[in-house]
Design a protein around this ligand. Structure first.
Ligand SMILES: Cc1cc2nc3c(=O)[nH]c(=O)nc-3n(C[C@H](O)[C@H](O)[C@H](O)COP(=O)(O)OP(=O)(O)OC[C@H]3O[C@@H](n4cnc5c(N)ncnc54)[C@H](O)[C@@H]3O)c2cc1C
Length: 459
């Protein structure tokens, strides 16, 4: 697909139309640059077609299904509720399709030339496309993303799936083993367990090892309530038929295996050797804070430049890269990149929760009106702040934590204090009040929770 006539020279070429790439292209076109956006698969990349959006679409369906079937305590009898995996799959595909069309429309409307095919660097100022066309560019942005890593002895195949296949099933496996311990593993396990699949997780040390133990404990308890069996401290040794042998001596069986052991940068066939672009020991492209590579006319953004591999990081970098390519003095200098795990309950973190001179205060959801009303009381909001009260980090385990964390990110970016958060009127009755309550507690004037003794200075 070429949406207009393809120029032989362009101000900017963007390789990869994932969330990072298409945003770069649109922003650059808004600035008045001529832009060619090259994509070898689908507009919207992994996020829209195989990862963020499909997983959250399916997680939402599984949540509805699970909650309806477990609503006796609210007076709803619904044991007859069934799920039709083919319809669920159709909805998931339709959502991605709609968003892909939306990206196409936005690119066209902003004057971006979209080309379907692979791009290869021939030099630091020339690209070749699959159809043989060569394009001279003034600036290029590499936004080629990442790909799932394979695990030795568990090659992807009919019953060993990567995340793309796992999120594109039109049937429900009776049983599933997820190998991995990060957020993709936890989200995949949550999604299928809610739909009735018997799920095992194999975690080399433990699930979500890098996160706060107190928060992770809530998520692990919830996984166990869903029937997920966690084999912590276990390594999968071999697979024969549908049986996996573990380092612990256990043998587990399943219909399908999902390998979720990480992502690696995708630079295959890109021709980086024909440029001055360098990569680090893990293959991620090296950039400075203006997202410029060691080849000064080439920038890189998103998953291909490294952790954290998150869509909202790629999106922000897309805007910066376009502005830098245009000649503006922009830089990727955000203080926080929030991260969310769409577990049950959700967990979200922004900023730093530990360090010299940092104090934390926690407010439990068991004391929050909205949480009690909805029967969603497991979780908390924790605020980390300096002695002077400057907010440095917020951790939330709660229904809707993903939406709530945006306030925290803004607070940290703006250098807000716990007083600012406490004195800002938060609408009632909402989960967001837990952030205000935690800030009030941090100031020593908690209202809706008694911390065992009259707290703080109570002024
Ligand atoms: C299961 C799962 C769930 C996730 N959920 C979330 C979430 O909820 N929130 C979140 O923030 N992040 C999430 N992520 C991470 C998120 O998907 C990525 O961070 C994001 O997609 C990165 O965007 P990108 O633009 O860098 O790359 P991508 O979206 O991977 O896009 C890269 C594009 O480049 C194209 N391409 C590659 N090479 C070439 C070439 N030579 N020529 C032309 N085109 C090329 C590819 O086809 C692809 O379309 C999730 C990841 C996984 C695996």
């Amino acid at each position: 697909m070429v949406m207009g006539s393809l120029p032989e020279r362009t101000d900017l070429v963007v390789i990869g139309a994932g969330v990072g790439g298409y945003i770069t292209a649109i922003r650059a076109a808004q600035l008045g640059m001529s832009v060619v956006l090259v994509e070898k698969e689908k507009l919207g990349g992994h996020c829209l077609n195989y990862a963020c959006i499909p997983s959250k679409t399916l997680l939402n369906i599984s949540k509805m299904y699970y909650e309806i079937r477990n609503s006796d305590k609210f007076g709803i009898s619904s044991q007859q509720t069934t799920i039709d995996p083919k319809k669920m799959y159709q909805w998931r595909m339709d959502v991605s399709g709609k968003l892909e069309k939306g990206v196409e429309f936005l690119c066209k409307s902003n004057g971006v030339e979209v080309v379907k095919g692979s791009a290869v660097f021939i030099s630091g100022s020339k690209l070749q496309l699959t159809n043989g066309t060569e394009i001279d560019f003034s600036k290029a942005v590499i936004a080629t993303g990442s790909e799932p890593m394979e695990l030795d002895g568990f090659p992807f195949g009919a019953d060993v799936l990567d995340y793309k296949k796992a999120l594109s099933l039109d049937y429900l496996p009776k049983s599933m083993t997820v190998i991995g311990a990060g957020y993709v593993a936890v989200e995949t396990a949550t999604l299928f367990a809610r739909l009735g699949t018997q799920v095992n997780i194999i975690a080399r040390s433990d699930v979500l090892r890098v996160f706060d133990k107190e928060a992770v404990e809530i998520i692990k308890n919830s996984l166990q309530r869903l029937g997920v069996k966690i084999y912590a401290g276990a390594t999968p040794i071999s697979k024969q038929g549908n049986a996996i042998k573990l380092s612990t001596g256990d043998t587990i069986t399943q219909d399908v295996v999902v390998v979720a052991v990480g992502l690696r940068p995708y630079t295959t066939g890109l021709g980086l050797e024909n440029t001055k672009v360098t990569v680090n020991e893990k293959g991620f492209i090296n950039v400075d804070n203006t997202l410029t590579t060691s080849d000064t006319n080439i920038l890189a953004i998103g998953d291909v430049i490294g952790e954290p591999m998150l869509a909202h990081k790629a999106m922000r970098q897309g805007v910066i890269a376009a502005e830098v390519a245009y000649g503006m003095s922009s830089a990727f200098d955000n203080l926080v990149i929030p991260s969310i795990i769409f577990s049950d309950p959700e967990m979200a973190v922004a900023g730093t929760m530990q360090g010299a001179g940092i104090e934390t205060t926690k407010f439990p959801l068991s004391a929050l009106g909205r949480a009690i009303a909805m029967g969603k009381t497991s979780g908390f909001v924790k605020i980390a702040h300096t002695k002077e009260g400057v907010v440095k980090g917020v951790e939330i385990v709660s229904e809707d934590a993903g939406n709530m964390i945006a306030e925290a990110a803004l607070a940290i970016e703006m250098g807000a204090t716990i007083e600012d958060m406490a004195d800002t009127i938060h609408p009632h009755p909402t989960f967001s009040e837990a952030v205000q309550e935690a800030a009030e507690a941090a100031l020593g004037r908690p209202i809706h929770f008694f911390y065992g003794k009259p707290a703080g200075n109570q002024k």
